[in-house]
Design a protein around this ligand. Structure first.
Ligand code: ZN
Length: 225
């Protein structure tokens, strides 16, 4: 008999975490999703989307508040003084604008504490190929190195798995559609609101990937007209 494995996943409610969960839930025995509230503008929507996604997949969802993080960052995702970039993306400046200091490192370390306490073998997160080009904490090197750190900082030695790391946004939407992953539950927008704004960088990528995969029905459900 194969040993039972169990895992924890980082869950923002966005495309990548939703697809990662739907794609490998059974393989890695994902039981718990951690959602972080660090004062980001879309926190309410992300928490709501995460809750619905976890209900759909019948796993536990824990929201972790990191109030201090918003106090030490000027990222446009948090700051009322900084506007989230619209219609100019892919530049060093736009990347810096949405950078949250050590976000993935911090979230993975928190997940590692849960793994150490509750015996999770793996920590799953939705790093992907497109973001890896801009953000160093979305790369295979980072995933590998932080797994090594947990061999020292935990007793459980959880391994970090990024099942989408070789896939682009287009590929991820295709995987989601092929696996009947409920894309209508996603919240990927950087802004708050009733529907996706359609003009921030994250919306832009999701919209393009949906169009590339004939996913217009999801555009109608998710985006402002
Ligand atoms: Zn948006």
């Amino acid at each position: 008999m194969k040993p039972v494995i169990k895992s924890v996943i980082l869950m923002s409610g966005g495309l990548d975490s939703l697809a990662a969960l739907g794609f490998v839930k059974e393989k890695y025995g994902i039981e718990l999703a951690l959602t972080f509230d660090y004062g980001q503008k879309a926190a309410i929507q992300e928490i709501e989307a995460s809750k619905k996604i976890c209900e759909f997949y019948n796993i536990k969802n824990k929201v972790i508040k990191l109030d201090w993080l918003k106090q030490i960052t000027q990222t446009s995702l948090v700051s009322s003084e900084e506007n989230i970039p619209v219609n100019h993306f892919g530049t060093a400046e736009s990347a810096k604008s949405v950078w949250v200091p050590n976000r993935n490192g911090l979230f993975l370390n928190i997940a590692a504490s849960f793994a150490d306490s509750f015996g999770f073998d793996y920590i799953i997160f939705g790093a992907n190929k497109d973001e890896g080009k801009t953000f160093s904490d979305n790369t295979e090197e980072f995933r590998n190195e932080i797994s090594k750190v947990f061999e020292f900082s935990t007793l459980k030695h959880p391994k970090v798995i990024a099942p989408l790391i070789n896939y682009s946004k287009n590929d991820i939407v295709k995987i989601a559609m092929d696996n009947n992953i409920p894309l209508e539950l996603v919240w990927s927008c950087y802004r708050e609101g009733n529907m996706h704004c359609g003009v921030c960088e994250s919306c832009n990528h999701l919209k393009k990937a949906l169009i590339a995969n004939q996913g217009e029905k999801y555009i109608n459900i998710l985006f402002e007209k």
